[in-house]
Ligand binder design. Sequence first.
Ligand SMILES: NC(=O)c1ccc[n+]([C@@H]2O[C@H](COP(=O)([O-])OP(=O)(O)OC[C@H]3O[C@@H](n4cnc5c(N)ncnc54)[C@H](O)[C@@H]3O)[C@@H](O)[C@H]2O)c1
Ligand SMILES: O=C(O)C[C@H](O)C(=O)O
Length: 334
Amino acid sequence: MVKAVVLGAAGGIGQPLSLLLKANPAVTELGLYDIVNTPGVAADLSHISTPAKVVGYLPPDDGLAKTLKGADIVVIPAGVPRKPGMTRDDLFKINAGIVRDLATGIAKAAPKAFVLVISNPVNSTVPIVAEVFKQHGVFDPKRLFGVTTLDVVRASTFVAEVIGDLGKAPSITVPVVGGHSGITIVPLLSQSSTPLPSGFAQAELEKLTNRIQYGGDEVVKAKDGAGSATLSMAYAGAEFAQKVIRAIKGEKGIVAPTFVHLSSEPAGGAALKKEIGKDLEYFSAPVELGPDGVASIKSLAKLTDYEKGLIDAAIPELATNIEKGVSFISASKL
Ligand SMILES: NC(=O)c1ccc[n+]([C@@H]2O[C@H](COP(=O)([O-])OP(=O)(O)OC[C@H]3O[C@@H](n4cnc5c(N)ncnc54)[C@H](O)[C@@H]3O)[C@@H](O)[C@H]2O)c1
Ligand SMILES: O=C(O)C[C@H](O)C(=O)O
């Protein structure tokens, strides 16, 4: 039995993500929460002939607590998206408060759930959730994930395009580490499961890296004021959720990059800090998933000098983003 919950379920990501979770036969209950339209979205999805029982609530009458009751996995795509010309950090002033309030609801109603944060800026919203959980005495670093899967999905697709064979896209894996905004997104293309063509020039490598780092901007520009990536994000969010679900059901050896807290627990956090040469509290790295969430944080393995330079360049912005999230909660009255 797996109960999945989507907070922000009526939105551009929320609706297709809820559809993909409803289509997942491992999900037996699906809880949908938003400030608008969830009864309609829930009624619509409930007619699909898959096992999940669907419930949808709005804020009145403790709707958030009712949606979260019994949740095993909570995915959060609530909040405003970018328009052209904005950075993800520009979303902080609205989304920080939204994520804080939803995290407070989770801390009270589903403190043991696995929490997958999509709302931007992820580099700051994940620390916000952690700080809220700490204040409620329920923080478990193994159960909190910043969803960076879209960067991984983009890297697979763009490498397949470079190779000239999109058919290979589903089987190409490229670790993408660091964080989820601009230069903090660091694709480790030297570790692509399908190597780049021989003779791939440094200038081409830099162009490909830049495309992965700024893939979000490509979509924001094309949508021209109507928002950011929603469908590819729903796909990526459902993919990551499925990995977590498979791991909690006991499947071994599932590894995926995600933005996690680096502490003594789960194992590997301290070693990763040494590897990146900075005492950062959070970093996106490949993690092994297990029945309790993050089983261990993996090494970044052998990096090229170019990749080391990208990580060094990412660290100051990551540190600022993380601190911004942490201090938002220390300054907030919960
Ligand atoms: N992590 C990633 O890779 C990634 C990728 C794409 C988008 N995003 C982010 O996801 C977020 C959502 O994007 P979208 O395109 O779905 O936006 P959207 O505006 O289409 O949907 C957001 C939904 O959140 C709801 N919402 C607002 N406040 C809420 C609250 N307090 N409680 C519950 N629901 C609330 C809105 O009603 C809306 O339905 C944005 O912050 C965006 O930047 C992240
Ligand atoms: O670009 C955005 O603002 C949305 C998302 O973070 C993305 O990478 O597509």
